[in-house]
Design a protein around this ligand. Structure first.
Ligand code: IVH
Length: 670
């Protein structure tokens, strides 16, 4: 392919991928398979590696991020980014409406009410439809230029769509960057694996991710953005906020669809409460509603206060913090034997549900917060997390309270309780502890694992207590005859359960991996392992070194995986699950299509065509893997000048050696 042809193909691919990107990440309606998309993307990446001067400004390959910059440059907002006045309750919303009606002299005002997304405000600038710069809100006047980081957000258009509506030559829009609960949990799982501090809530996680100097890190955090407000826009005219939102959609921006046009404040208040009720069901955090006068001419007439517009208000939801009293503290044993101290509370209503228990995390936390039975405490719910005790209200502490200490024998099985060096948690050492067995089974059948419907906490406890099951594998030996006579069961429900158990045998591989309960391997890492290895057997044979070579897998996870499969009980378990007929393979034919699929590479010596990082990237891009040291499983050693001991080892192990040029040809880059 010559320069001219490459240029043409790069332009075609950029355009095609950006349309698919919009279908997938904004409309949630993909029109090609993931594999086909990946293939196009890989083709473009390879071409851009070969012809760096031809990369387009809106190239979708930038979504993976780029090497760190020194610091964020300041960027002055053309129009200041104001904040919003708050209404803490219905009365304050009524007052807001009264002021507006008075000012405008109208009887009924039309408001557009939107969810108030709990993330970070950003501004995006498009020149002739191309995303050219983006910034944080900063102090409202000057923000930070975070363009590179914003480019990694998949739902942020790098180029606007022009089929439905003309694109203004200069366009600024504002919106919110946020993280979904699922991403938040996956991120915290990784943080813990890497022995890093978990984030307190999705907002902090989004903020931390967006302000990374290395945009490759931002790219991994899978942030989302929703656009909701205009900045300066040249040559553009609409009459209402609702029409503005339609324009945003036409241009390909992601907008939050849960807005409502309300006639009069009563409808606003009703919708505000409807949003509040829905809050628990959303996959991201919202902390209120935003009501905006819909007509833009009325907005202009009302104008601004010094820090906020007069035509909009944020209706706040009720706090998710409440005050209550600790009635007792107990030690709860999890599936790994980890002991979590739990406070039994005087029941209290919190964000729509009654809370009667809260986690105290571990002994150190209890001591740090000095939590005692009888204390009056502040409890809170954040995201999907179990309620926790935030702090003690010390001046309400009754006389004679004592500190709580986790017992040294397990309250369930009386087994030995120990706390290992460097660990925050205490553990019950008896792996046959019924609490652990129940915990492991409960985890295995849970929604995010094998998802066996009808096998809840109570039934699992009953089955274990009645000696019908002792391990995960026993689930697959259950019969209708055993289940039907149980309390709260009948012939029909027993049949349904057996059917659900049968069905679970077909579950995707990552669900099985997650269900096994390998330490520190949650949903996210389970998916990663399933993708990388394609079968349970291959994962069970992986070495610490290989696992660590996978991006996102740290030493703790790697060791955890290897130790899990080295354990004889676990080996037996896997074998039994295998015999029971569970699916232990991932269909990788639909996934990998790179020319280096399944091949493993090690690089040594000086590389002259690629940098090490580029070479590694190229291998991963084409479906292969890389490692730092040679083993029997290495397929190729790519050796440049000055290669030493690795070359010797390769010849000893019979590993094929390639020159860098041969490697380049193999990868199909020209
Ligand atoms: S409009 C001049 N709409 O809330 C009005 N803001 O407390 C500009 N926010 O800084 C904001 N969801 O970061 C608007 N649907 C929404 C919003 C929203 C969240 C944030 C935004 C703003 C803050 C004000």
């Amino acid at each position: 392919m010559d320069h001219q042809q490459a240029s043409q193909r790069i332009r075609e691919l950029t355009e095609e991928l950006s349309l698919h990107n919009h279908q997938y990440y904004v409309l949630d309606d993909p029109t090609i398979s993931d594999a086909a998309y990946d293939e196009l993307l890989r083709e473009l990446q390879a071409l851009e590696l070969a012809y760096p001067d031809l990369a387009q400004e809106d190239s979708p390959t930038q979504r993976v991020g780029s090497a760190p910059q020194g610091r964020f440059e300041p960027l002055t907002h053309t129009i200041p980014m104001l904040s919003l006045a708050n209404a803490m309750n219905d009365e304050e919303l009524l007052d807001f409406d009264k002021r507006i009606r008075k000012e405008l002299g109208d009887e009924i005002i039309e408001y557009l009410v939107e969810p108030k997304l709990d993330g970070l405000g950003v501004e995006l600038i498009y020149q002739n439809g191309i995303f050219t710069a983006g910034s944080t809100r900063g102090d409202g006047y000057v923000g930070e230029n975070i363009t590179q980081n914003l480019k990694t957000l998949r739902s942020l258009p790098l180029r606007l769509l022009d089929q439905k509506r003309d694109i203004p030559p200069y366009l600024e829009v504002r919106g919110e960057v946020f993280m979904t609960h699922q991403e938040f949990e996956a991120l915290n799982e990784n943080q813990l694996n890497d022995e890093k501090q978990p984030f307190a809530n999705p907002r902090n996680a989004a903020a931390g991710s967006l302000r990374q100097l290395d945009s490759r890190i931002t790219a991994k955090r899978k942030l989302k953005v929703n656009i909701y407000a205009p900045g300066r826009i040249d040559n553009f005219q609409v009459d209402t906020q609702e029409q503005f939102i339609h324009a945003l959609k036409d241009w390909g921006f992601p907008v939050n669809e849960r807005y409502k046009l309300c006639k009069g404040i009563d409808e606003v208040i009703d919708f505000h409460h409807a949003l509040e009720a829905d809050r628990e069901t959303l996959s991201y955090d919202i902390d209120g509603s935003v009501s905006k006068v819909n007509r833009l001419d009325q907005q202009a007439e009302l104008g601004m206060r010094s820090r906020s517009p007069k035509w909009a208000i944020a209706g706040k939801f009720k706090a998710r913090q409440e005050i209550t009293r600790i009635e007792s503290i107990e030690a709860s044993i999890g599936r790994t034997g980890a002991i979590t101290p739990v406070a039994n509370l005087e029941p209290v209503a919190l964000g729509g549900v009654t809370v009667s228990r809260a986690t105290l995390h571990n002994q150190d936390e209890i001591e740090r917060k000095d939590i005692r039975v009888g204390d009056t405490v502040v409890v809170q719910r954040a995201g999907d997390v179990i309620p926790e005790v935030v702090k003690v209200i010390l001046d309400q502490r009754p006389a004679g309270t004592q500190s709580y200490i986790i017992p040294d024998t397990c309250p369930v099985c009386e087994g030995h309780v120990v706390r290992l060096e460097g660990e925050a948690k205490h553990y019950c050492q008896n792996i046959s502890c019924p609490a652990q067995i129940k915990g492991r089974i409960e985890h295995f059948v849970a929604k995010r694992c094998l998802d066996i419907d009808g096998l809840g906490t109570k039934l699992v406890a009953q089955l274990v207590d009645e000696d019908l099951i002792h391990s995960i594998a026993d689930i697959y030996l259950l019969t209708v005859g055993q289940l039907a006579p149980l309390e709260r069961m009948a012939e029909k429900s027993a049949q349904n359960l057996i059917q659900a158990i049968e069905q679970s045998k077909e579950a995707e591989l990552w669900r099985l991996i997650h269900g096994l309960g390998i330490r520190n391997v949650g949903e996210h890492l389970s998916k990663l392992l399933a993708d990388k290895y394609g079968s349970l057997i291959r994962i069970s044979e992986a070495t610490v070194d290989e696992l660590e070579a996978i991006h996102e897998v740290g030493p703790i996870v790697a060791r955890g995986v290897v130790e899990f499969f080295r354990d004889e009980d676990n080996q037996r378990l896997v074998e039994l699950l295998f015999k029971a007929g569970l699916n232990t393979e991932k269909d990788i034919s639909s996934n990998g299509s790179g020319v280096l699929q399944g091949l493993s590479f090690v690089f040594t010596g000086k590389l002259e065509i690629f940098t090490r990082d580029t070479a590694r990237e190229l291998v991963e891009l084409m479906g292969g893997t890389t490692a730092n040291s040679i083993s029997k499983k290495t397929d190729y050693l790519v050796a440049g000048p000055g290669a030493g001991s690795k070359l010797e080892k390769a010849s000893k192990l019979g590993v094929k050696v390639l020159s860098e040029t041969e490697f380049k040809d193999m990868a199909g880059v020209d």
